[in-house]
Design a protein around this ligand. Sequence first.
Ligand code: HEM
Length: 446
Amino acid sequence: MSETLTEELTEQLPAINLPPVVRLPRIIQGLGFAVNRRMFVNRMMDKHGRVFTCDAPVFGRTIVVGDPQVAKQLFAANTDAVGNIQPNLSRVLGKGSVFALDGTEHRVRRKLLTPPFHGKSVKNYEQIFEEETLREAAAWPPGQSFETLAPMMRITLNAILRAVFGADGAHLDELRRIIPPWVTLGSRVAVLPMPTRNYGRYSPWGRLAKYRRKYDEVVRRLIEQVAADPHLDVRDDVLALLLRSTYEDGTTMSHSDIADELLTLLAAGHETTAATLAWTFERICRHPQVLRRLEDEVVAGGDEYRQATILEMQRVRTVIDFSGRHVYAPTFQLGEWVIPRGYSIIVALDHMHEDATEFTDPQRFDPDRFVGRRPPLAFLPFGGGTRRCVGAVFAHVETDVVLRTVLRHFAIETTTAPGEKVHPRGVAYTPKAGGRVVLRRRVTAL
Ligand code: HEM
């Protein structure tokens, strides 16, 4: 491009106009983010308003958004102008993951992934959710306090494994062993700066690579088996869908990209929902009136209050605190500001959920605020726009069925103990003591 043309184009660009800039030294901002991201964001918003500019570790120059109107505009933006945040989870999941894709490639992959995680398909998984809950519940110690997070992880992992690979079976046992430690380590590593050199096999990256090699071995065998299935064209599991899919030029997805995408669904699809469920038990055993209404509703056969309780859960204990984008356009108009190329923009989902201008008395756990009402714009537990969580419906129905099944078969003891602290597990936030409850099996199910 000629120099004059570049100058002319540059002249036509609107002048950069950043939201209020945090003036603290970079190292202090980095520490604030690393030690307690949520607290740092809340403090900065109190000081600078609901949209501010800062230096974030890993993401660099970053605009943080806590204003729902601005978030709405970001989520609706042209995907060529803003793509997924860089770096993102694809650095642990691989370049074949939907997290790695932008623009047309992302749109095509979403078109493929959406049907198995929507409406009618999810209805077919309801029985799986119930079966997995009952299978896990058989081992719960009656009358003794226990952590719900670990069993919820097993329920949600088994459910997503069955949705992704079709029939249940021993062939999935190896994945049941490999995935949990991979996810625990992967979600910690995902939020750390990437080392510029390899720190050896005992470093977190070295250990993650070892799990990955095992995963690749197992999944390669599973992919080959399904690819050779004479009934491949009538199977409705996600793996079969990916194997059958073709790009516009007639080529198919490589097996290595399929392995990355399956790992994405298994990882993204179980820890988040398990954390939401563990928080649900942690909250309802501290709110006897909510618990009583949930039980009465199960007896009456309704679900409106339970649905509202799940939404309120996701508001008061948001398990994923932000959704992020990267500016690719030379400049991007965000509300009244003009953001330059290369900046990250993150939407502070949890901050909006706790904002008193959006939710009256935000600290109160009150499912009634969602009864008979559409959730407001500020309610974004699954992010938004073209990248909104692909598993949102799956997660909601799964949470609903697991909760209903537990309420039917167990009486949950209430407690006056203080609430559990919020614990950052890396990507998701979980109850610090694992969402402990005391349950008693009912002689007759509700
Ligand atoms: C309560 C449970 C869940 C929560 C809170 C949650 C939250 C989120 C959030 C906040 C995002 C980012 C959206 C954005 O960038 O705007 C996301 C993306 C994603 N989620 Fe979930 N999620 C949950 C369950 C699931 C499940 C069950 C699956 C799989 C079936 C799943 C698969 C994904 C995938 C593949 C993406 C990437 C979407 C893309 O980049 O296009 N999630 N999720």
